[in-house]
Design a protein around this ligand. Structure first.
Ligand SMILES: Cc1cc2nc3c(=O)[nH]c(=O)nc-3n(C[C@H](O)[C@H](O)[C@H](O)COP(=O)(O)OP(=O)(O)OC[C@H]3O[C@@H](n4cnc5c(N)ncnc54)[C@H](O)[C@@H]3O)c2cc1C
Ligand SMILES: *[C@@H]1O[C@H](CO)[C@@H](O)[C@H](O)[C@H]1NC(C)=O
Ligand SMILES: *[C@@H]1O[C@H](CO)[C@@H](O)[C@H](O)[C@H]1NC(C)=O
Ligand SMILES: *[C@@H]1O[C@H](CO)[C@@H](O)[C@H](O)[C@H]1NC(C)=O
Ligand SMILES: *[C@@H]1O[C@H](CO)[C@@H](O)[C@H](O)[C@H]1NC(C)=O
Length: 495
């Protein structure tokens, strides 16, 4: 009985859609699940491709922005999720330009790597001296690392050209293969350490420097896969930027520009209905106003589907064969924003005035935190200056678990407040054996599949563009634009 009612409703929706689109071949309605950067960007790209007539509903159970979020401390806002982006994040750069947002002014600060008892590496104000020190301590390892990262980035950047020409990929493996042949796929299966040792980077450099960067960005060690590792090491080399007013503005402004219909509800299931050989998807949701459902021609899941908390427990009903998304786990990460006085003695500086660092990375020890940063608010005025080390400042501590009182008393002489954000931050790489697919069914897509190769804001924007192109090419049966081989050659001859 319930099923028959569902079918009737599906027919009614199909009719309504046909009427709404005036019988043209455009999709009637599109659903996006999740309003993080992936969901916001895909709504925007879908509208660009299909045109403004198409209605786009974006379901969000918590806050627009997802892992882009801010917390207010002492009347100012600070990033509590993703903090900064590489300068070559081309989609993000484009969004900021299109939306009339601005880059946040950079307030320079030096970093150091703490090894539990002493600092293993200290950055100075003088670029040449930094290079000299790296050279002195680690020989040619540093240059070899740089060359390795640059080679990966150079190949990865091909994606922008492919996307500009309208090419899309149905799976992560297809996407990676088109960029870096078998090498990129291999890099998702071998560790950072293994790959770096092979190109002649020393174990010592990996232990002291590479692991510290990986811990700070992914909370993981050099045993994590090389592809995600290279992406995070690229972030440590290039110049970084963030958005004035808060990174999450990109999401809310993209949704506003798209005039997407944001629905505050949790999606619980997607059910397949076939009407006249055409797939129609019923999205069921639960919100403050109770339960409901609606019908769509295209559905994009823009949140991780995983086996534990990171996961969205969305079920897929009446698909044959059933949809199974391979399961993996997510890394639990706590961000604590501490307003207080750093205990510089802990880092070997008994006189706080002499502590010159704004950012501390860590090697595998101590293990209760992975990074510590003296952070600036999301709005930086022209006369803003970073707090001096002896002044009370806002510190961002990244740790695998909540900091205990004792741990806080170790890092801070005293503090006024501690506020925390808990995240299922990144996939635990290696907990997923196969690379997932973007295409779950004809017009049902999984944007966050790409997170299993590497997770970053720009990667999710790349995935958003890919999924929008995939949906568009599938809708108009433009199969020459999906999973094409030898694209380097094709895009060269196309122009
Ligand atoms: C602490 C931290 C620091 C980071 N630092 C950086 C950095 O410096 N640079 C960088 O590039 N990346 C960084 N990252 C990674 C980056 O934040 C993520 O890769 C990116 O934001 C993921 O975006 P997303 O839209 O794919 O997912 P999310 O931002 O997780 O968005 C998914 C959204 O879907 C919603 N949702 C989930 N299930 C449902 C459902 N069933 N129904 C309705 N809504 C649902 C969620 O509430 C969420 O808002 C960091 C991440 C964390 C946690
Ligand atoms: C990728 O891995 C396979 C098997 O592990 C190997 O045969 C192949 O040579 C590797 N390719 C590259 C480019 O490293
Ligand atoms: C912060 O910056 C954003 C973006 O530029 C702006 O809209 C907002 O008004 C600013 N807020 C404050 C308190 O200055
Ligand atoms: C799920 O999250 C809770 C708190 O957020 C945590 O205590 C628990 O260990 C998590 N479970 C898994 C499987 O990660
Ligand atoms: C600061 O660090 C020192 C050196 O590790 C430690 O002895 C002291 O207990 C810490 N805490 C405070 C509040 O000084």
């Amino acid at each position: 009985m319930a099923r028959a009612a569902g079918l009737l409703a599906a027919l009614a929706a199909l009719l309504a859609a046909a009427v709404a689109t005036g019988g043209d071949s455009r999709p009637g309605k599109i659903a996006v699940v999740g309003a993080g950067i992936g969901g916001s960007a895909v709504a925007h790209f879908l509208q660009q491709h299909f045109g403004p007539q198409v209605q786009i509903d974006v379901y969000e159970q918590q806050a627009v922005g997802g892992r882009l979020a801010t917390i207010s401390v002492n009347k100012q806002h600070y990033e509590s999720g993703a903090a900064s982006f590489h300068s070559l994040s081309l989609h993000m750069q484009n969004f900021v330009k299109q939306l009339g947002l601005r880059h946040r002014r950079e307030v320079v600060g030096r970093s150091a790597i703490f090894g539990g008892e002493h600092l293993v590496l200290e950055e100075t104000d003088w670029y040449l001296l930094n290079l000299f020190r790296l050279w002195w301590h680690y020989g040619i390892s540093f240059l070899r690392l740089q060359m390795w990262v640059e080679e990966v980035m150079e190949k990865f950047m091909r994606i922008y050209k492919y996307q500009a020409h309208g090419y899309a990929f149905s799976g992560v493996e297809e996407l990676l293969s088109s960029l870096g042949e078998s090498a990129f796929v291999n890099m998702t299966q071998r560790s950072v350490a293994e790959s770096l040792l092979q190109v002649g980077v020393t174990q010592r450099f990996i232990d002291d420097v590479v692991s510290a960067v990986l811990r700070a960005s992914y909370g993981q060690s050099a045993t994590m896969p090389a592809f995600a590792g290279a992406m995070s090491l690229a972030g440590a080399q290039g110049s970084l930027w963030s958005v004035e007013g808060g990174n999450k503005l990109v999401c809310s402004e993209l949704l506003r520009l798209t005039k997407a219909n944001v629905i505050r509800a949790m999606v619980t299931s997607v059910t397949l209905h076939n009407t006249e050989g055409k797939a129609l998807y019923q999205v069921k949701y639960e919100g403050e106003v109770g339960k409901g459902s609606d019908f769509y021609d295209i559905v994009v899941i823009a949140t991780p589907l995983a086996s534990d908390n990171g996961s969205s427990s969305i079920t897929f009903e009446d698909f044959d064969p059933p949809i199974t998304v391979a399961q993996g786990s997510f890394q639990h990460t706590v961000i604590s924003l501490v307003h207080g006085y750093l205990n510089s003695s802990y880092f070997g500086f008994p006189d706080p005035k002499l502590f010159p660092f704004a950012s501390i990375l860590t090697t595998d020890f101590p293990n209760f935190f992975s990074a510590l940063d003296n952070i600036c608010p999301v709005n930086i005025s022209a006369n803003f200056r970073r707090k001096q080390p002896q002044e009370a400042a806002v510190w961002r501590v990244q740790s695998p678990k909540h900091l205990s009182k004792t741990e806080l008393k170790t890092l801070f002489r005293s503090y006024y407040s501690v506020q925390t954000a808990e995240w299922q931050a990144h996939p635990i790489y290696g907990s997923h054996t196969t690379l997932p697919r973007f295409e779950l069914h004809d017009q049902l897509f999984y944007l966050n599949a790409l997170e299993w190769a590497a997770s970053s804001v720009e990667m999710m924007a790349v995935a958003a563009k890919n999924v929008a192109l995939l949906a568009f090419n599938r809708w108009y049966q433009d199969l020459d634009k999906i999973d094409q081989k030898d694209l380097m050659h094709k895009v060269k001859t196309e122009l």
